[in-house]
Design a protein around this ligand. Sequence first.
Ligand SMILES: Nc1ncnc2c1ncn2[C@@H]1O[C@H](COP(=O)(O)OP(=O)(O)OP(=O)(O)O)[C@@H](O)[C@H]1O
Length: 205
Amino acid sequence: MLRVDGLTRGFSGLLVLHELSFELAPGEGAAVVGPNGSGKTTLLRCVAGTDVPDAGRITLNGFPVAETSPDTRAAMACVLDDVDFFPDLSVGEHLALCALAHEQPDAAATVESVLAELGIAEQRDQLPATLSSGQRRRLALASCFVRPRTLLVLDEPEQRLDVEGKAWLAAKLNAEKAAGVSVLMASHDPELIEAVADVHIEVGL
Ligand SMILES: Nc1ncnc2c1ncn2[C@@H]1O[C@H](COP(=O)(O)OP(=O)(O)OP(=O)(O)O)[C@@H](O)[C@H]1O
């Protein structure tokens, strides 16, 4: 269960989020919606613990979120807009590292199935710099699915995906919800929002 209570965040005099509160139950999907610059990424970064609110409280499964907290990192799988890769680790090595670091049971088999599911099995030995932008996006998403998780935090996950990729994403996020994973995503894609979101969190009003 994700609880956001009275979240307030501003930057040098610009108030971006003001006393925002909501809850996200296991298996529930929420879309953060609002125009460019309205605070969607700021909200996701606060939830992920990579930004710190000026006021308010955010807890996941009863624990305050913080980037440095093992509880937060164990439960939350994120794709924010600042995804970076090790330049000298291949696609397959990235996913294996992620699975092992988060103690995914049956890590090798999980990596194989996620590589196939994301359509990047043929790129397994390539380095990130040699991937297309859509393949890099697929690798970022794949890193969420090779590890245990109770909450997905996704910033415009549809970015760079082709039509088939977007259809896969909607089905995958619904399967995640059915398995009890909560989904918090910012998106500008009406079809993805319609397919996945049980609730809308409007920011920038
Ligand atoms: N570190 C920062 N320093 C100063 N201003 C910031 C910082 N981070 C965000 N902002 C400002 O806060 C506002 C909200 O930004 P944010 O990235 O959350 O918007 P968004 O809703 O995700 O936008 P988009 O739809 O364009 O991705 C913007 O005006 C942005 O310039």
